[in-house]
Ligand binder design. Structure first.
Ligand SMILES: Nc1ncnc2c1ncn2[C@@H]1O[C@H](COP(=O)(O)OP(=O)(O)OC[C@H]2O[C@@H]([n+]3cccc(C(=O)O)c3)[C@H](O)[C@@H]2O)[C@@H](O)[C@H]1O
Ligand SMILES: Nc1ncnc2c1ncn2[C@@H]1O[C@H](COP(=O)(O)OP(=O)(O)OP(=O)(O)O)[C@@H](O)[C@H]1O
Ligand SMILES: NC(=O)CC[C@H](N)C(=O)O
Length: 541
C-alpha cells in the first residue's frame, strides 16, 4: 500500500489571510498533480506565525474563521491539513485540522504551548488535552503541532493511541545550530516510540524571526529519510510504502556561516517585501559593517533596489571613500557622495555659544553621525526606501553606536551578528563573487568620528570582546565564570559594565534578524532602569 504525503514548506505572511489561503490552494493543486494523497502545511499557516497580539482581537479570529470556511469548500480531491487559531467558547486553541472533500474530518488542539525564549503562546492559547487520529488508505495518521514533539511523551502517546505516522505542523525559527537541535530532539522521541514522523516547517522572515524550513521525514528508527532545503519554498512528496517512508532527497544540514548568510538575506528580503518598501538605502563608509549590509541587501533585493550614500567628513580617510566606491561599483548599485562638512559646521556654529568653555568630546563626534542619519532618513522619506542600519551585535552589546545617528533607520540586519561573524560572513560572501574590497576586511575597524580613531582604542579587541559578550549575554555566565575561563579581568569588567549600562540604547534600536539562540529583543528582556551590575564584585589586580 502506497501513501504519498506532500510537505508544503512555504512562506506565509502574518495577517495576509487572503494571500495565505491563495497559497494553500495553489499548493493543493500542485500536490494533486503529483498524485499526493494528503498535503500538510505549517503551524498557523492561515494567519502566518507568529500573529502575536492580533490573536487577542476577536475581529481577527473571526476573519480567519470566515476565510477557513470559504477555503474548506475548495479543498477537494486530497486530504489537506492546515493550522489556524480556533475559537471554542471562552478558549482559543492553536489548531491543526484535516479536511476531506469539503468536510473537516479531524481537529487537533496543540497540547504543549511554548512560553520561553521568543515564544509567548500561553498568553494567547489554551492547551488542548487530546490526541487526534484519522484514517487514510488503511493508515492511521496523528496530528501534532511543533512544541508537542519537543516534549517527551506526546509521540509515544499517539503511538499508544494507534498512530502509524505522526504529522507535525511547525513554525520553528532559525538560529545557529537549530536544525541539528530540532532533529536530535524530535528523532530521539521518534526512535523511542518507533513510529515515523513528517515534520513540516515554514520559511520566511517575520520581523526579528527568520524561519529556515528544513522540513524532514524520519523513519521509525529516527533516521532522516528526507530533508528539504533550508530557506527555500519547496513542495515535496514523500512516499510511504506499507507505512514506512521511502528514502529520498536529503538536503545538507546547517552549515555554519553559510546558513547565517542565507538567514540574513531572506530576513532582509521579507522585511522589505512584507512592509511594502521600494528598496533599501544605506550609508556606505568603507568599513566592514556597511560593506556587508550592502552586499546582503543586493543579494536580497537586487542591485537596482539598493542605493548607497557616501558621506565623508574631515576624518574620513581617502581609502574609506575609495573602498566604498569600489564596493558600490562591484555591486552595481547607485551611489551618491554627500560631504557632511557643511552640516557639521552649521551645527557646531549654532551650538558654539552654548558650548563655549567646554572641551570637545563625543558630543561633536555624535553630531557627525547624526548629520548622516538626517540625510539618510530624508532620502528614505522621499524615495520610500527602507534605511538599513549597520550596527552589529558587538556594538549593540556595548552601546558603541550613536542614538539618532548611525542608529537611525528601520531595520538592523547585523543586530544579532557579532563582529567576528561579520568578518566570516563577508569572507564567505566574497567567495560567491568578490564585492567587498580585501582592504575593507583587513584594515582595523574605526568609527572615523575623530582623528586616527580605532574601535580598539576604546574597546577590548573583538577576538577577546566577542567571546566575553557571548558568555555573558547568550549563556548568562557570571563575571567570575568568565574570568575563570581565562579572559582578562579588565576586559571582562569593561565589557560587562558597558552591556549593563546600554540597555536603553538597545531598547531604541531598530529590529534585526535573530540568528543566535539569544538575540536582543523578545528573548532577552532586561530592565532599563536597573541597579544590577554584573561585574560589581570583580577586582582588578
Ligand atoms: N538610561 C538612559 N535612558 C535613556 N537615555 C539615556 C540613558 N542614558 C543616557 N541616555 C542618553 O543617551 C545619550 C548618550 O548616547 P549617545 O548620544 O548615542 O552617545 P554616546 O553613547 O555617549 O556616544 C556614542 C559612542 O558610540 C561610538 N560610535 C558612534 C557611532 C558609530 C560607532 C561605530 O563604530 O559603529 C561608534 C562613539 O565613538 C561613542 O563612543 C546621553 O547623552 C543621553 O541623552
Ligand atoms: N563616511 C561615511 N559615509 C557614509 N556612511 C557612513 C560614513 N561613516 C559612517 N557611516 C555610516 O555609519 C555607520 C557606522 O559607522 P562606522 O564607521 O562606525 O561603521 P562601519 O564603517 O560600517 O564599520 P566599522 O565599524 O568596521 O568601521 C556606517 O556603517 C555607515 O552606515
Ligand atoms: N512554534 C513552536 O511551538 C516552536 C517551539 C519549538 N521548540 C521550536 O522552536 O522549534
Amino acid at each position: 500500500m502506497s501513501l504519498k504525503i506532500a510537505l508544503a514548506q512555504l512562506n506565509f505572511s502574518v495577517a495576509d489571510i487572503a494571500a495565505n489561503c491563495g497559497k494553500i490552494l495553489a499548493a493543493v493543486e500542485q500536490a494533486k498533480q503529483q498524485f499526493a494523497d494528503i498535503i500538510v502545511f505549517p503551524e498557523l499557516c492561515v494567519t502566518g506565525y507568529p500573529p502575536e497580539d492580533l490573536l487577542l482581537r476577536e475581529d481577527f479570529i473571526r476573519q480567519t474563521q470566515l476565510a477557513v470556511d470559504a477555503l474548506t469548500a475548495q479543498l477537494q480531491g486530497i486530504d489537506v491539513v492546515i493550522g489556524y487559531p480556533r475559537r471554542k467558547g471562552a478558549y482559543l486553541f492553536n489548531a491543526a485540522a484535516v479536511f476531506r472533500n469539503g468536510q473537516m474530518i479531524g481537529e487537533y488542539y496543540k497540547n504543549v504551548l511554548p512560553n520561553y525564549g521568543v515564544f509567548d503562546e500561553q498568553r494567547y492559547f489554551a492547551a488542548g488535552q487530546h490526541t487526534c487520529l484519522f484514517e487514510l488508505k488503511n493508515t492511521r495518521l496523528a496530528l501534532t503541532v511543533c512544541e508537542d514533539v519537543w516534549q517527551p511523551g506526546i509521540i509515544a502517546q499517539n503511538r499508544d493511541a494507534g498512530a502509524d505516522i505522526i504529522l507535525t505542523l511547525n513554525a520553528s525559527p532559525f538560529h545557529a545550530g537549530k536544525m541539528q537541535q530540532r532533529e536530535d530532539v524530535v528523532c530521539a522521541q521518534v526512535k523511542a516510540a518507533g513510529v515515523p514522523l513528517v515534520y513540516v516547517n515554514q520559511i520566511g522572515g517575520q520581523d526579528e524571526l527568520v524561519f529556515d524550513g528544513a522540513s524532514f521525514v524520519a523513519d521509525n528508527r529516527g533516521e532522516i529519510v528526507f530533508r528539504a532545503e533550508e530557506f527555500a519554498e519547496q513542495l515535496s512528496i514523500v512516499e510511504f510504502v506499507d507505512k514506512a517512508p521511502q528514502l529520498t532527497d536529503i538536503a545538507p544540514l546547517y552549515q555554519p556561516v553559510i546558513s547565517e548568510y542565507k538567514a540574513l538575506v531572506l530576513g532582509i528580503k521579507d522585511y522589505v517585501r512584507k512592509n511594502g518598501f521600494q528598496g533599501a538605502i544605506l550609508g556606505l563608509s568603507g568599513g566592514i559593517d556597511s560593506a556587508l549590509v550592502a552586499a546582503l541587501a543586493v543579494d536580497a533585493l537586487g542591485a537596482d533596489k539598493v542605493e548607497a550614500v557616501l558621506m565623508p567628513s574631515r576624518y574620513t580617510q581617502d581609502m574609506s571613500n575609495e573602498d566604498a566606491k569600489l564596493e558600490a561599483e562591484a555591486l552595481g548599485i547607485r551611489h551618491h557622495v554627500i560631504p557632511i562638512e557643511p552640516a557639521v559646521t552649521a551645527f557646531n556654529q549654532m551650538l558654539a555659544p552654548l558650548f563655549a568653555g567646554s572641551k570637545k568630546d563625543t558630543t561633536e563626534e555624535n553630531i557627525q553621525a547624526r548629520c548622516r542619519g538626517v540625510l539618510l532618513m530624508a532620502l528614505s522619506n522621499k524615495q520610500g526606501k527602507l534605511l538599513l542600519t549597520t550596527g552589529n551585535k558587538s556594538e549593540m552589546s556595548v552601546g558603541y553606536a550613536t542614538l539618532y545617528g548611525d542608529m537611525a533607520g528601520g531595520f538592523a540586519p547585523l543586530k544579532d551578528v557579532s563582529k567576528l561573524l561579520v568578518y566570516k560572513i563577508a569572507e564567505y560572501r566574497n567567495t560567491l563573487s568578490p564585492v567587498i574590497p580585501e582592504r575593507v576586511i583587513t584594515r582595523p575597524p574605526s568609527a572615523e568620528l575623530a582623528p586616527d580613531q580605532k574601535d580598539e582604542d576604546s574597546l577590548p579587541p573583538y577576538a577577546v570582546l566577542d567571546p566575553i559578550l557571548a558568555l555573558y549575554i547568550e549563556q548568562d555566565k557570571s563575571a567570575d565564570d568568565i574570568v575563570a575561563l581565562g579572559y582578562p579581568v579588565a576586559a571582562v569588567k569593561r565589557a560587562i559594565n558597558l552591556v549593563d549600562r546600554n540597555e536603553y540604547k538597545r531598547r531604541q534600536s531598530p529590529p534585526g534578524i535573530r540568528i543566535t539562540p539569544r538575540a536582543f529583543g523578545r528573548d532577552r528582556r532586561y530592565p532599563i532602569s536597573s541597579a544590577y551590575r554584573g561585574a560589581a564584585n570583580l577586582i582588578e589586580e
